[in-house]
Design a protein around this ligand. Structure first.
Ligand SMILES: [Zn+2]
Length: 227
């Protein structure tokens, strides 16, 4: 099987640890990781970089973080944006929203894929998405997706959405994976070494009753990365 990890972090480059994995989307989560990620990408063509400020790390953002992000992304057309988003269990939702929207604006302007962190804030995210014309929205990856079927349906009105999973709870709410079409599914470790992507894909293949789920997911990742 050939796999690309659709969401990891700079301290876990998945293809260096898991034999089926041939590439890793690596998300920076704060400005002080951006240079380190550039260095990693320059040393390894199988790392696909996303730059951003995570909602957990908004406290010390620089005044011009959005301009810095835009300038950085202009240096390489392959650079993406992430991990950005909203988290209702973390402080200062107003600032989270401000930092998220500023970064999302950059993604729209430069047409770059966004890796989205959303915990308990889908209504707010959907409200933000409505502020743009559907045709101008970038590709969006809902990372570690755990929203309801209702949220799935609302998100599926956008062509450019992917759903990325790092665990499958076959007894519980992750039965949602049955409702998401095969061409929208991705797998990820989120930087956790105990998540073995080959096993995860085999689980999804069983739920979907498809023996070629690995190939489908690999193709999805290729579309995402436009390679
Ligand atoms: Zn993450």
């Amino acid at each position: 099987m050939k796999i690309i990890d659709a969401h990891s972090h700079i301290d876990y480059i998945t293809h260096k640890h898991q034999s089926d994995v041939v590439g890793t989307v690596c998300c920076a989560t704060a400005e002080n990781q951006w240079v380190e990620l550039i260095n990693l990408i320059n040393a390894d063509k199988n790392i696909f970089g996303a730059f951003g400020i995570h909602p957990w790390f908004i406290e010390n953002v620089s005044d011009d973080f959005d301009l810095r992000l835009e300038k950085l992304l202009q240096t390489d057309s392959g650079y993406m944006i992430g991990e950005i988003g909203l988290d209702k269990y973390k402080p200062d939702m107003d600032k989270q929203l401000y930092v998220f929207v500023k970064q999302f604006d950059v993604a729209v302007k430069l047409k770059r894929t966004v890796f989205l962190h959303c915990v308990g804030a889908w209504d707010k995210i959907l409200h933000v998405l409505k502020q743009y014309k559907t045709s101008e929205l970038p590709i969006i990856v809902a990372h570690a997706f755990s929203g309801s079927d209702d949220i799935v349906n609302k998100l599926l009105q956008y062509d450019n959405i992917f759903f990325s999973f790092n665990k499958i709870d076959t007894n519980g709410r992750n039965s949602r994976i049955e409702h998401i079409s095969d061409d929208k599914i991705l797998v990820e470790t989120d930087g956790k070494s105990n998540i073995i992507l080959t096993d995860l894909i085999n689980q999804i293949a069983r739920i979907k009753n498809k023996s070629n789920m690995g190939e489908i997911i690999f193709d999805n990742t290729q579309r995402l990365l436009k390679k």
